[in-house]
Ligand binder design. Sequence first.
Ligand SMILES: Nc1ccn([C@@H]2O[C@H](COP(=O)(O)OP(=O)(O)OP(=O)(O)O)[C@@H](O)[C@H]2O)c(=O)n1
Ligand SMILES: C[C@](O)(CO)[C@H](O)COP(=O)(O)O
Length: 244
Amino acid sequence: MTRSGSIAVIMPAAGSGQRFGSQSNKLFANLDGKPLWQHAVDRFESRSDVGLLVLAVSADDESIFREQISELNCNLPIRLVRGGATRSESVQAGLDEVLRFTNEPGDRSKPPTIDRVAIHDAARPLVRQSDLDRVFAEATSSGAALLVAPVSGTLKRDTGSGSQTVDRRNMYVALTPQVFAIDVIRQAYARDRGRMATDDAQLVERTGHPVQLVTGSADNLKITYPEDLRIAEAILNECRSEFV
Ligand SMILES: Nc1ccn([C@@H]2O[C@H](COP(=O)(O)OP(=O)(O)OP(=O)(O)O)[C@@H](O)[C@H]2O)c(=O)n1
Ligand SMILES: C[C@](O)(CO)[C@H](O)COP(=O)(O)O
């Protein structure tokens, strides 16, 4: 299996899905006839600029993921690593595997080089190819970029004694993928190993490396609550061609 892509995708998939409320991992929930996580993989499998995908999974889910991967007709090399107690720990495990991969002796099946790392939630099935094109290109030129969606409503902060309105100008919601030159993300994770961060851009921001915002489609939603799955189904039925 020869892939020439220079982007390694790390897909954190080791969460417990507490807000989704199902007995099993929300990533196995059915969306449009297949498990949710496979839609996220599909977005990258068809891309010639992607050369490797690393899934970070929990010990409980590993055998299910291995079984489902074996049934996939996927021409993208997929490696599994053990995720951690936090999303950052899961991404760290994925990054360690990407770095191991880049140091392995070369052979025909290996892409010539991995120069960027794209970190994408397995719980985000609907990232558009046009958005991937733009955030990948921005990461090439600036070394760090993430997809974001503008805040569309009025933002409120709970002061404890009531609400306070937050100026929403220049405010965005972070999406994924978050894409970085490999040395930028390696240094950010090495510097902040173990410090809490809910996304990867935050770690890079702490190094002082500017992270560019790329406005993407708001339908790149994260399946967090049960109703999100119904919304995703409707979006897929409405504009399937945007995602293939
Ligand atoms: N320790 C963790 C926590 C989260 N994730 C992954 O990070 C992505 C975004 O996290 P989120 O949507 O919050 O998933 P969960 O943590 O599973 O959800 P919850 O907070 O409701 O438990 C998901 O693909 C999830 O599987 C992970 O790999 N490792
Ligand atoms: C990384 C992320 O998708 C950016 O919005 C999000 O923070 C991950 O989900 P979580 O619920 O914060 O773990």
